[in-house]
Design a protein around this ligand. Structure first.
Ligand SMILES: [Zn+2]
Length: 481
């Protein structure tokens, strides 16, 4: 066979030899990158050993047994390593705290997070960040965003003592107008918040459906989870579901409706927290299995994003973990410094007995929901409550396994489920030919121990290969922005 007819090469040959030969023959050089001898793991295909995965630009172009010949211009030895789809953090706030915003894309990538869903930020703040992350050649995760929290007559996140990320919708007409504007400005979904009335909620659902926008929501305090849940595509934090699982849920609902008239004139935030204080723990104490089965059945097509790393945090606070300091070191000093100080103080004053009722409930309900076939999504609320971007997603995966998901199901919650939410399951979520080139190469097997998802060897984001040292450099550069 003459060198000019050579179209394929054994992977052990030097790529440059082939390139030179093909260029000399006036042929175009092979393109693409191959990860060879790797174990491929995803929630669609399970485990595939001894594979070569080739990607070219932002597309996976071949998956084949490792001994099949290949023609590429770059080879990564995946021997002894594990390749999983790029991870999602399905609940982030890019603009919640300005000290984090600039550094978040790089820190996410360094932990293998290649897609994020921003679940609340005012448009004038979040839109420029989204545009920057989506610019050609931007080194950043894919981003999907909702714009502001769509709140009701009272607004929880109104900028008074907490960030301003919510907007008021007093009437159904307000709601329709807000959503039409958001759609025009390019949001990927909407986020309904806790203080909306049933009429405003219904108008929001109707408007979003008409405009083909997926709906994310908290269960509004004016409604019950089994009524509101089936009308939306995802629910966050398991919030207010406990009230629908209680034996006295109809009475609890009546009480809430009365209190929501807000005779005392409380702020949105105070009104909400007064209702949580009044009903959350009593609801858990009044847990009724049969009623909760009905609730979970009503939620069977609504992705639950339990954010267990937040809800059940008392079991494994980030600042008590051995790799917490290393995680903090990836953040800019103005973000890491105050957290380091605050958490050192906390560590020194940990109370002897922490009430874990709510933490237990979160784990329990997630396990039950999963067993009942409710789809589970992995999100963290970063950077709220000491959630280092990216790092917190790995904590969430650990919590999901603790709640009863297998490691592969936990991976599904951070890959396939988010893709399905945006109807992108044909483009993302698994390692298949034709899908986007978002992948994470791990040094250790995540199915043996889910915390091995942190053993990042390389990340492929939108077809860009970044080794561990590339990622470290990226994080360092971003710290000084
Ligand atoms: Zn949030």
């Amino acid at each position: 066979m003459s060198i000019c007819s050579l179209r394929v090469m054994k992977k052990r040959l030097l790529t440059v030899v082939l390139l030179a030969a093909l260029v000399a023959c006036g042929d175009s050089a092979p393109t693409g990158t191959a990860i060879t001898n790797v174990t491929v793991i995803d929630a669609v295909n399970g485990v595939r050993e001894n594979q070569t995965v080739i990607f070219d630009g932002d597309e996976i172009t071949a998956i084949q047994p490792a001994d099949v010949e290949i023609a590429v211009n770059e080879i990564v030895d995946g021997g002894g390593k594990f390749l999983i789809p790029g991870l999602w953090d399905f609940h982030v706030h890019l603009t919640y705290d300005d000290r984090f915003t600039e550094s978040m894309p790089a820190v996410f990538l360094s932990y293998g997070i290649t897609s994020v869903r921003d679940t609340g930020g005012l448009m004038h703040k979040v839109l420029p960040v989204v545009e920057e992350m989506r610019a050609d050649n931007a080194i950043a995760p894919r981003v999907f965003f909702a714009g502001p929290l769509l709140d009701g007559n009272f607004v929880v996140y109104d900028g008074d003592g907490r960030p301003e990320i919510g907007v008021q919708n007093q009437t159904p007409d307000d709601a329709r107008e807000t959503i039409a504007i958001l759609k025009e400005r390019g949001v990927d979904f909407i986020k309904i918040y806790e203080m909306v009335s049933p009429a405003v909620f219904e108008a929001m659902v109707e408007a979003a459906n008409e405009l083909d926008l997926p709906i994310d929501s908290h269960v509004p305090l004016s409604m019950r989870a089994s009524t509101a849940g089936p009308l939306v595509d995802s629910i966050e934090h398991l919030r207010n579901i406990e009230m629908d699982c209680a034996s006295n849920s109809p009475e609890l609902h009546e009480t809430r409706l009365e209190r929501l008239k807000n005779a005392e004139g409380l702020s949105g935030a105070d009104l909400r927290s007064s209702l949580h204080t009044l009903q959350r723990l009593p609801s858990i104490r009044n847990y009724d299995e049969e009623r909760c089965d009905q609730t979970l059945q009503a939620l069977s097509a609504t992705t639950q994003v339990p954010t267990l790393r937040l809800v059940s945090m008392s079991y494994a606070p980030p600042y008590l973990r051995e790799d917490w300091q290393e995680a903090l070191s990836r953040l800019p000093p103005e973000a890491a410094g105050p957290w380091r100080e605050f958490t050192e103080e906390r560590k020194a004053n940990i109370p002897a007995d922490v009430d874990t009722t709510y933490a237990d409930w979160g784990l329990f309900l997630t396990g039950r929901a999963h067993a009942a076939g409710v789809p589970i999504g992995a999100g963290t609320d970063t950077p709220i409550a000491f959630a280092v971007p990216g790092y917190s997603l790995h904590s969430e995966l650990e919590f999901l396994v603790r709640a009863g998901l297998t490691p592969l199901e936990a991976l599904q919650s951070a890959t396939v489920r988010p893709a399905e939410y945006f109807s992108l399951q044909n483009e993302m979520g698994s390692i298949d030919v034709g899908k986007k080139a978002d992948m994470v190469l791990l040094n250790a097997n995540p199915l043996e121990d889910i915390s091995n998802t942190k053993s990042v060897s390389a990340v492929i984001s939108k077809g860009r290969l970044m080794t561990k040292s590339d990622l470290d450099g990226l994080v360092e550069n971003n710290k000084s922005l």
